[in-house]
Design a protein around this ligand. Structure first.
Ligand code: FE2
Ligand code: FE2
Length: 453
């Protein structure tokens, strides 16, 4: 958290954090799913602040540890910090955005209406504090971006619904790529070496010849450097600097080392020019990593036998989007229109435009990379977990982990319309409280991991 930032550019507020600044050349932004963003501005003092809350409230201990995560503690904290930067509460004006619903029209799991509960709590607190809300864009089922323009003292909202001006109608529909075009594009992905394929296939297999892997890794200097950087990151909190892969293996164990190697190998794949759904460069990887970490947490929570395998499933679930972003970008205007104008979810809209969706394309990637049947099943069914055939528990876990990342606005841009499928929560015996605890715990974990790259 930063009190006063003097950087002349866009500053992004992460989930569960806030930023206060008097730098008039800055723009503060945050991305929201079911989370709520609160922007405050004081014209006279030229002070503005932006807060990204995850949940309405928490117990005393949790709220004391990370007050900005919760509406009840976060909004008073934002006000206090704005006043410390010479703002005056009676001059503050406010805006709120976010609070998307993940389970619309499913009253049987009504307590998972985290989005609407966040909105209600934020509005109540703003009213109790006497701060007028000049604008709000809340609810629905789309992700949003809220940004505070310090030079103009106003907040702006962006969701796919109000980005329709960017979604122009083409005179004739562009030809859609067929499977052969896509397979060609899969072959053109950054070298995803046979080493990764072997690791994906044998994540649970301790007999992978480490010496042989080490040889291969050392041939690629930037991969070696990335792997060692990941090993030395705050996430693992090792007491000593790791300088060799053998040392890393001793300190972290084979399963952790495999996860690190796979993460380093998949990053360039997700860093392709995948400008779909108004995503920024890096968003696909951020989402994949967020989902991998959420998977690991949920898998441990639910006693799933192999949390490392769960991590890999989360990491790979959206790999099909890379290919669609590569060779079908111009079609996304039509997909966005279906999402905006017809209220379709993203996977269904893709299906109607292409005849297949990113999950199906991801399964073709899985075949090309010779991934094991479990991972192909996860990739193919992550939006329809009831169709899973190999490991329905794992697929439902990925489906829910994906939704939790969307709720936090993690690498989802502003255009995704995904909800939790009926039955997925009960299939993995996941309680609403457990979802809330996972949401609360994720920002620190993701931050530690993001610092690695
Ligand atoms: Fe997906
Ligand atoms: Fe996803």
């Amino acid at each position: 958290m930063t009190k006063l930032a003097l950087m002349p550019h866009t500053l992004t507020v992460s989930p569960g954090e806030y930023l206060v600044t008097s730098d008039l050349s800055a723009t503060l932004e945050t991305y929201l799913g079911s989370c709520v963003g609160v922007a405050l501005y004081d014209d006279r003092a030229g002070v503005g602040g932006l807060l990204h809350i995850l949940l309405p409230e928490a117990g005393d201990e949790q709220a004391r540890a990370a007050p900005a995560k919760y509406a009840r503690s976060g909004i008073p904290l934002l006000i206090q910090e704005m006043e410390a930067a010479s703002g005056k509460k009676d001059r503050f004006k406010g805006w709120i955005a976010g609070g998307a619903e993940m389970l619309p029209n499913r009253p049987n799991i009504a307590n998972l209406d985290i989005g609407p509960r966040n909105v209600r709590a934020a509005c109540q607190i703003m009213e109790a504090q006497g701060i007028p809300i000049l604008g709000q864009e809340v609810g629905g089922n789309l992700g949003r971006r809220l940004c505070l323009r310090m030079d103009r003292g106003v907040a702006e909202f962006a969701s796919s619904a109000n980005m329709r001006r960017h979604v122009k109608k083409e005179a004739t529909a562009p030809s859609r790529p067929d499977k052969r075009d896509l397979i060609k594009s899969i072959k053109g992905l950054p070298s995803f070496s046979h080493m990764a394929t072997r690791l994906f296939g044998r994540i649970e297999d301790e007999t992978v010849a480490f010496a042989e892997l080490k040889e291969e890794i050392y041939k690629d200097q930037s991969l070696t450097a990335n792997i060692l950087k990941l090993c030395n990151s705050a996430y693992f909190g090792l007491p000593h600097q790791v300088t060799t892969l053998s040392h890393a293996l001793i300190l972290l164990g084979m399963n952790n080392l495999k996860k690190i190697i796979l993460t380093a190998l998949i990053k360039p794949v997700y860093s392709q020019n995948a400008n779909i759904y108004f995503l920024k460069k890096g968003d696909l990887f951020r989402h994949a990593l967020g989902c991998a970490l959420t998977m690991e947490m949920l898998a441990r929570l639910k006693g799933y036998v192999n949390p490392e395998e769960a991590f890999v499933a989360g990491l790979l679930h959206d790999v099909g989007k890379v290919i669609l972003g590569e060779c079908a970008l111009e079609q996304f205007e039509r997909i966005m229109r279906k999402i905006i104008e017809e209220g379709k979810d993203a996977a269904r809209a893709e299906e109607e435009v292409f005849g297949y969706n990113h999950a199906r394309v991801g399964a073709w990637v899985a075949e090309a990379w010779r991934l094991p049947p479990l991972l192909k099943d996860v990739i193919l069914c992550h939006h329809q977990p009831s169709e899973a055939t190999v490991d329905p528990m794992m697929v439902s876990l990925v489906h829910v982990a994906d939704a939790i990342c969307n709720m936090l606005g993690l690498g989802c841009g502003t255009g995704l319309a995904n909800q939790i499928a009926p039955g997925a929560m009960s299939f993995i015996h996941l309680q609403v409280k457990e979802v809330e605890d996972t949401i609360s715990a994720l920002p620190e974990i993701i931050k530690k991991v993001e610092d690695m790259f």
